[in-house]
Design a protein around this ligand. Structure first.
Ligand SMILES: [Zn+2]
Ligand SMILES: [Zn+2]
Length: 317
């Protein structure tokens, strides 16, 4: 256990005294049932050289690997984490904003050329199937010439199989259950959050949303709640009143303010809340005014092991 991990375990142990649910700090037998890795924690579509685009890997003790969103830099971070792209064949998309889907071609094509055995399965909101059909068309030439050049490559691995989902249980196999629930991303409809349940442990990912009662409903009893957030733009003397009002309206329409996430956390009572795709020390300080439970700020390649205790490992950089 390194220093960072120890600090978090102590933090969580302390938090249980604040009525945030029992945190048992003895090590579980074997590995944790669920391991969550933040592959990309960046906010929005702008290019950020330190944080890559929205993407989260969920691994189960049963060996399943599920990816949620596939933003810019997904392939780099997954490789840095040590997982080959060919081993990923299940992708769940929260919504079709570009910063959540930009790296799907990398997953599709590099996974195939590395020897993915079966089709890339993609679940997402209405429009996902059509997007994947066009993507297959885009790479038709490369898929063909690569498979002709290397007969070892699986014909099944060339394919994608995609589903436009509705709210509800959308995947259940090998003890893993994935539930999609509607969130409120303003005019971007539909947009989903996801909950993964495995061996009595669970994680919820908000996707992009403004304050959502439905998210609170689906987060009851969850171990880890990963939530987006955004602050209102700070006053800027170079900006016109109109421009500032426009930006403020956009944030309120599309995202959850720090004080609103506090309400979400206080009502869902996760064992651990995490900000990803948004969040900063200033935002944490803002949320802290009205939420005293365990709360962490994600960074790329941070892992969260969910068992009897919750352990966070931050990358050494
Ligand atoms: Zn986003
Ligand atoms: Zn979005």
């Amino acid at each position: 256990m390194n220093k960072n991990t120890l600090a978090v375990v102590l933090l969580l142990a302390g938090a249980s005294l604040n009525g945030q649910g029992p945190i048992v700090t003895t090590a579980p037998e074997g590995g944790p049932p669920l391991k969550v890795t933040i592959l990309g924690s960046a906010r929005g579509p702008q290019v950020d050289l330190r944080r890559f685009g929205a993407s989260i890997l969920v691994e189960t003790a049963g060996g399943d690997k599920l990816v949620f969103d596939c933003g810019r830099g997904f392939a780099q971070r997954l490789t840095e984490y040590g997982v080959p792209l060919r081993t990923i064949d299940k992708l769940f998309v929260t919504h079709l904003h570009s910063d959540h889907i930009l790296s799907i071609p990398d997953l599709l094509m590099v996974g195939f050329s590395q020897g993915r055995k079966g089709p890339l399965q993609v679940w997402g909101p209405a429009g996902t199937k059509s997007m994947m059909d066009f993507m297959m068309k885009t790479f038709e030439f490369d898929l063909r010439v690569r498979s002709e050049f290397n007969a070892q490559l699986s014909k099944d691995g060339m394919r994608s199989s995609s589903t436009d989902i509705q709210e509800g249980t959308i995947y259940e196999d090998n003890g893993v259950k994935v539930t999609a629930f509607l969130v409120d991303h303003g005019p971007i409809k539909p947009a989903f959050g996801y909950r993964v349940d495995y061996a009595g442990r669970s994680v919820v990912m908000s996707g992009d949303t403004r304050f959502s009662e439905n998210l609170i409903r689906h987060s009851q009893g969850v171990d880890v709640l990963i939530h987006e957030t955004e602050q209102l733009p700070p006053p800027n003397s170079k900006q016109s009143e109109q421009e500032r009002a426009r930006q403020e309206k956009a944030v309120r329409q599309l995202h959850t303010l720090p004080e609103e996430t506090s309400t979400v956390f206080n009502r869902a009572m996760p064992r651990l809340a995490v900000y990803s795709h948004g969040g900063s020390p200033a935002i944490v300080a803002e949320a802290r005014k009205t939420y005293s439970g365990p709360l962490e700020l994600a960074e790329d390649l941070m892992t969260i092991e969910i068992g009897e205790k919750i352990e966070i490992h931050r990358p050494k950089r």
